[in-house]
Design a protein around this ligand. Structure first.
Ligand code: 4AD
Ligand code: MG
Length: 450
């Protein structure tokens, strides 16, 4: 049994008879007529059951069906402009119950997010998660298309790794037979670098893990990251690639998922308008300039007496930006901002320093309006001697990185790349309050179920 008719295609079948199979999403009735709202995963369809158009048994079945019961409904598609979802409805001639459900835990009334998260396996059927996952799907396809169309090789990095990539404090570890400890990958980048040396341009796209005890709205312990890595690329080229990439991916969402954005912003058009403002070129700012702007910003905020959250920490020159700083900085513009040349001391061991500003890394972050970091990237250190020194400074054991050091021993080239957190982008595009809603089954400090 393969489904033939889907709700999202119904407008092409006006006047024809179709059979839909799906779940009862909602219903209302008024005497001699019942409106069953059916969902089949591709959309919602209003199915009109007239008492005088079906037999009594079928009419009784329609009125007895409870939310999320599964049914096959046959009827004629008719236009219903402005009256029904998708501007079409089904004039029902036949209803068959496939499975009946009773007391579905998620009713059309308001539930708290904690309750909904506890029922995430069911909540995914509701309209907001549904719209979000469809946007996410489009973003994933657009990401793959962007790189594929530019000749990048899709290069899968391992999940179980012998070493840390992004610092040793946030590693999930597990015993690995007789080989010692293995760690869940924090980033595929180091393997991506081996890929770039073999194939020129590659992208790694897979799940990554951070054992962070952080409870912010922007952190997951398991998230998806896409990481291009390119041989013979400098910082300028890296920023251009990031900008083209983000611009194109958001363009695809605008083209394919306008209806989903409208579900997510209750038809106000704010999400669409915000996405349309992501235009090239993005603003670019040296860390020193961003630091000056932030200094002034916080001076004024503190002087105004405005109360700041207890977790607030005043930025000082040389610090990495915290979430408050990123939100503050980007709230001044309605465009993404690329901040580059961060202090090397707050960045990862593999980042190359600028020979003209040796205390700064050839690093860049793409910060989104009123949100913050979506992308982090850099030029990689390509000198064997310097890299050995960095490993030592970061207390990382050379032996485990020998394979990575080989990339500098044999045919080392200037190269760069970046990582984009998929859920951060989904969160921003969909205007979500919390990143946990940007992935089907979030893993956070306090949640591993369902
Ligand atoms: O800035 P990060 O840590 O950079 C890297 O991992 C590099 N190896 C990337 C590279 O150059 N290939 O992470 C990159 C991005 C961040 O900008 C953010 O969007 C996302 O990954 N990210 C997270 N998303 C959700 N939850 C977390 N805990 C995240 N940590 C990073
Ligand atoms: Mg970062």
């Amino acid at each position: 049994m393969m489904q033939k008719d889907y709700i999202e295609d119904l407008s092409k079948h006006v006047g024809q008879e179709v059979t839909l199979r799906g779940w009862l999403y909602n219903k209302r009735s008024s005497g001699k007529i019942q409106f069953l709202i059916l969902r089949d995963g591709t959309g919602l369809c209003q199915c009109v059951v007239m008492k005088n158009a079906v037999d009594a048994e079928m009419y009784a079945l329609a009125s007895s069906l409870a939310q999320e019961s599964t049914v096959a409904i046959t009827g004629k598609v008719q236009e219903a402009k402005g009256k029904a979802p998708g501007d079409v409805e089904l004039f029902v001639s036949k209803i068959e119950a496939i499975s009946t459900a009773t007391d579905y835990p998620i009713t059309p009334k308001e539930h708290g997010v904690e309750y909904l998260m506890e029922h995430r396996h069911l909540w995914l059927r509701s309209s907001r998660p549904w719209a979000t996952m469809r946007v996410r799907d489009t973003i994933i396809h657009a990401i793959r298309d962007f790189f594929h169309n530019r000749g990048f090789l899709c290069f899968d990095a391992p999940i179980l790794t012998p070493n840390a990539a992004e610092g040793t404090s946030t590693l999930f570890e597990t015993e690995y037979f007789d080989e010692g400890m293995a760690y869940l990958s924090q980033s595929g980048q180091l393997y991506g670098e081996a890929g770039a040396m073999a194939f020129g341009k590659v992208y790694v796209f897979g799940p990554t893990f951070r054992a962070e005890r952080s409870k912010t709205k922007r952190h997951l312990n398991e998230f998806w990251m896409v990481e291009p890595e390119v041989a013979f690329l400098d910082l300028e080229g890296d920023m251009e690639l990031a900008e083209d990439f983000v611009h194109e991916v958001i363009g695809r969402v605008l083209k394919e998922r306008e209806a989903e954005l409208a579900i997510l912003d209750d038809g106000t058009g704010t999400l669409k308008a915000r996405c349309e403002k992501v235009l090239k070129p993005f603003m670019r700012m040296h860390y020193d300039e961003a630091a000056k702007i932030l200094d002034k910003y916080w001076d004024e905020k503190l002087a105004s007496g405005e109360e700041l959250p207890p977790t607030f920490k005043r930025f000082e020159y040389g610090d990495d930006f915290g979430a408050y700083d990123e939100v503050a900085l980007t709230s001044l513009y309605d465009q993404p901002v690329i901040v580059h040349h961060y202090p090397a001391s707050v960045k990862a061991f593999y980042m190359k320093r600028d020979p003209n500003e040796p205390d700064k890394a050839l690093a860049m972050d793409v910060l989104f309006p009123e949100f913050g970091e979506i992308i982090g990237g850099s030029v990689r250190e390509d000198s064997l001697d310097v890299l050995l020194k960095r490993l030592e400074e970061h207390n990382l054991p050379q032996s485990i990185f020998e394979w990575y050091l080989d990339l500098r021993r044999y045919g080392s080239v200037p190269h760069a790349g970046f990582g984009l957190g998929l859920e951060r982008l989904v969160m921003w595009v969909c205007g979500l309050e919390h990143i946990r809603e940007a992935i089907p089954f979030p893993r956070t400090l306090t949640r591993i179920w369902p």
